[in-house]
Write a protein that binds this ligand. Structure first.
Ligand code: OAD
Length: 263
């Protein structure tokens, strides 16, 4: 990563009053959570995520799909926030008007101390009743206990709703489903009104989430991207910082506010 680009991005951040940070799977890669477009590993390598993350897949084989989510949930529980997540929490501490919008279904931003992330694609930790959104779904106990190995490749029957006995499903957005309306509209509002949007670790190809940095750019905000690879968002970004989020974000925070955040 070029030092001059880092300094340019730091100046932009220092001048910003309203900031949006928009994250994708890449921010959690250095915590050991695979990105969405990585090959699935282990026993799950024989399944295609696009075939598991759909309402049809859950309807056809709920035990298979619930087992996959139990495995993913167990992996996330064992993961720790990395220096990139912590740097985003540090930006929030510096800038009162900072909104964090994530496409991730993990809870690593929250565990890093971020205030309140807008989860555009739901959460692994918010299961719900398939029949009625209003029915409270108590969180099921992990099959092997928190400390156990992830139940990789195991079929696990989903629990039943305690109100109506319908199946409980993962509280994530599946292919073919709409995004949660309140989350999407809060993200659009924040992107329309910010001075700087920082897009981190996303391929920028899954819509409507991928509109968020584009909306910011159209509304006159400066968009800065952190990603080791080129993405379709390069064209709307004023600065592209090529590197991993755990390396670039702490360096950017230090270049903007000093090594101890002295401002
Ligand atoms: P992707 O898996 O599509 O893209 C991950 C991006 O992170 C890529 O552009 C990588 O170059 C970048 N990357 C990898 N390692 C990185 C690192 N250490 N630091 C920074 N960047 C890194 O993930 P998303 O863009 O989040 O949707 O995918 C968007 C949506 O597609 C997901 O939320 C999911 C999926 O379908 C739903 O589940 C609805």
């Amino acid at each position: 990563m070029e030092e001059a680009l880092l300094q340019q991005a730091a100046l932009m951040l220092r001048d910003a009053r309203r900031i949006v940070v928009f994250t994708g799977a890449g921010i959690s890669a250095e915590s050991g959570v695979p990105t969405f477009r990585d090959d699935l590993t282990g026993l799950w390598a024989r399944f295609d995520a696009h075939q598991l993350a759909t309402p049809e897949a859950f309807h056809a084989d709920p035990d298979l799909v619930w087992g996959w989510y139990e495995w993913r949930r167990a992996r996330v529980r064992r993961a720790q926030p990395n220096a990139g997540h912590l740097a985003i929490a540090a930006i929030e501490a510096q800038v009162p008007d900072c909104t964090l919008v994530t496409q991730n279904v993990d809870d690593l931003h929250e565990r890093a101390g971020s205030r309140l992330a807008i989860h555009l694609h739901g959460s692994l930790f918010a299961p719900r009743c398939v029949a009625a959104a209003a029915h409270p779904a108590t969180f099921p106990a992990p099959p092997d206990g928190e400390a156990g190995e992830p139940p990789e490749g195991r079929r696990i029957p989903p629990p039943r709703c305690s109100s109506c006995a319908a199946l409980v499903r993962p509280g994530v957005v599946w292919f073919g489903e709409g995004l949660p309306e309140a989350a999407l509209s809060a993200a659009v509002d924040a992107a329309s009104a910010c001075d700087v949007l920082l897009t981190v670790g996303t391929s920028g190809v899954v819509y409507p989430a991928a509109e968020i940095p584009r909306i910011a750019a159209r509304s006159g905000a400066t968009v800065i991207q952190i990603n080791p690879q080129r993405t379709p968002l390069d064209e709307v970004c004023a600065v592209n910082l090529r590197g991993t989020s755990a390396q670039v974000l702490p360096a950017l925070v230090a270049a903007t506010w000093g090594p101890n955040g002295e401002g």
